[in-house]
Design a protein around this ligand. Structure first.
Ligand code: ATP
Ligand code: MG
Length: 231
């Protein structure tokens, strides 16, 4: 069990194949991420970026090697601890049919209306929500309640902020936003990142620029590892 986490992540010799007879998509990967570091992952399509972050989010178990959080093998963590410490945000913003408040509170059913509003405020989602006729009670899928791509992303950031994981995993959307939304989303992201450990599959140059470290993945290997300035 791991009641508390600092967010240190270690991959030791991680090898992965999706099925026993399919090819390896990650080859003996070592990666050490200190607590609080923001790591951007870039690389061409099919390189293994999503696979890498999905292993950390434990969608799959490694085929060989180990992934550790604060020195504890992910396979030894309870689902409760894992979900509390590690959260994945896909920016194709997965919202379910329900109100904005319910969507933000996913994973924190005990959250009060004030907790929800505080999380929205923290990532800068409060302005657009409060401008809606039904505010936090807006049904995200109802006619008139439809949210833009940027707004959906802000709602998913508020959800992650409320969940308060020590490790944040983000698969950034490729879809482009207009300039004002882009700015709001980028600000929301920065606030969400705070001092957490983060691994971001980055498509925006602005995200790469704010990372402490950039990994270039190619053909299942980390081929470059440095600061945004170096790469
Ligand atoms: P993109 O930039 O297009 O999202 P990526 O770097 O995220 O690419 P991955 O999705 O990690 O790439 O894919 C790495 C390799 O694993 C590819 O060869 C892909 O075909 C294979 N792969 C991905 N998902 C599966 C799956 N569910 N089952 C079998 N093979 C898969
Ligand atoms: Mg991918």
């Amino acid at each position: 069990p791991l009641p508390q986490s600092t967010g240190r992540v270690d991959l030791d010799g991680v090898t992965f194949r999706y099925t026993p007879d399919s090819p390896e998509v990650l080859h003996r990967t070592d990666l050490h991420i200190p607590s609080g570091q923001t790591v951007a992952v870039v690389g061409r399509t099919g390189a293994g970026k999503s696979t890498l972050v999905k292993l950390l989010a434990r969608f799959y178990d490694v085929t060989d090697g180990a992934i550790r959080l604060d020195g504890v093998d992910l396979r030894e963590l309870s689902q409760v601890d894992r979900n509390r410490h590690i959260a994945m945000v896909t920016q194709e913003a997965f919202l379910f049919s329900g109100t904005i408040a319910e969507n933000i509170a996913l994973g924190r059913p005990d959250a009060s209306a004030e907790d929800i509003a505080a999380a929205a405020r923290a990532v800068g989602a409060d302005r657009f929500i409060e401008a809606l006729p039904e505010g936090y009670d807006t049904d995200v899928n109802k006619r008139g309640g439809r949210l833009s791509a940027g707004q959906r992303q802000l709602v998913s950031f508020a959800r992650a902020f409320l969940a308060d994981p020590t490790v944040l995993i983000l698969d950034e959307a490729t879809s482009s936003l207009d300039m004002p939304s882009e700015q709001l989303v980028q600000q929301g992201l920065q606030r969400l990142l705070g001092s957490r450990t983060a691994l971001i599959i980055a498509h925006r140059l602005s995200t790469v620029a704010v990372a402490d470290r950039v990994l270039v993945v190619d053909d299942g290997r980390i081929i470059e590892d440095g600061s945004p300035q170096e790469l």
